[in-house]
Design a protein around this ligand. Structure first.
Ligand SMILES: [Fe+2]
Length: 303
């Protein structure tokens, strides 16, 4: 049996991991920030600093002097963090990288009908919560080219901390949220406008190979069906309340031009914003089927 702190039966592993996790958590967004000269070509020290923060907190932030609208940047950065398998959706461009900006409601693909492409707030979620189980979004890069004239702040929360909070409150709720039918997205509409069939799946799941925790979640109440039993209802209410109250160490920041987030698809929300029409907010977003890890290096002789 794969031993991982995320299985309910591995209680001793869980306790050890939980204590270490709590002791090593960043308290503010600044703790996750790495100054980077060029995200497309990291130095070994910059790469290590980003990987180390992702290992501790499932996310890292970088700040660079780059102001160019270079859509290749997320892809080049991702490769240096072990991210290769981009997931495309029909609103992403052909290269699989989405431009997150306010779009006209009747524009290309009617992107403006979906919340990410408006200036409205976006509630807590992980990306691609509507994905089929075989294609989970394990990592995500968000790179800021231009920020809003006001608002558009991001809040971030490591899903492992949400897991700890639920398990400490009631292990039965973890069990309920791991059920393969805990959360169902009805067919068709979601925030990103991705056309798809109804998708049932767990909130928390454990990768059978790596033992890593994966979380699917949305705080939205429309276009989502929770399993209709008492433990699931209680667990979902607990999670929603946890996020509303900021009871956990939520990290808040405003991405500035040249800055970005690399993460193992952490929980996030966005406040509404006001654009400068001359310089509208523009973010690039890349979603991956891989988790962040040190890229494979050429093997070195050890004899
Ligand atoms: Fe998102």
């Amino acid at each position: 049996m794969l031993r991982t702190p995320f299985k309910l039966e591995c209680e001793a592993d869980y306790r050890r991991w939980r204590d270490a996790k709590r002791a090593s958590q960043p308290r503010q967004a600044q703790d996750l920030l790495v100054e980077v000269a060029d995200p497309r070509a990291l130095s070994a020290a910059e790469q290590q600093a980003l990987l180390q923060r992702c290992a501790t907190a499932n996310m890292a932030l970088y700040r660079s002097p780059l102001r160019d609208a270079d859509k290749n940047l997320p892809r080049q950065l991702g490769r240096q963090l072990g991210l290769h398998r981009l997931d495309g959706n029909w609103l992403a461009d052909e290269d699989g990288i989405s431009q997150i900006e306010v779009a006209a409601p009747d524009g290309v693909g009617q992107r403006g009908a979906f919340i990410p492409y408006t200036n409205r707030p976006i509630k807590w979620h992980t990306d691609g919560y509507y994905q089929p189980p075989a294609r989970p979004i394990r990592a995500m890069i968000l790179h800021c080219v231009r920020s809003a004239s006001s608002g558009g702040e991001t809040a971030l929360l490591d899903p492992e901390l949400a897991y700890i909070a639920v398990r400490e409150a009631n292990p039965d709720w973890v069990h309920a949220l791991m059920a393969s039918d805990a959360m169902t997205i009805p067919e068709r509409l979601d925030d990103d406008g991705v056309a798809r069939a109804a998708q049932a799946g767990p909130v928390f799941s454990v990768d059978p190979q790596s033992g890593a925790l994966h979380m699917r979640y949305t705080a939205r109440t429309r276009s989502i069906q929770w399993k209709d039993d008492a433990p699931t209802r209680a667990a979902v209410a607990f999670l929603a309340q946890l996020l509303r109250r900021d009871a956990l160490p939520v990290l808040r920041l405003a991405l500035e031009p040249g800055m970005g987030l690399v993460c193992n698809n952490v929980l996030h929300e966005r406040t509404g914003f006001v654009d400068d029409p001359q310089q509208p907010r523009l973010l690039y977003r890349a979603r991956y089927l891989d988790r962040i890890q040190a890229p494979a290096r050429p093997s070195v002789a050890t004899t």
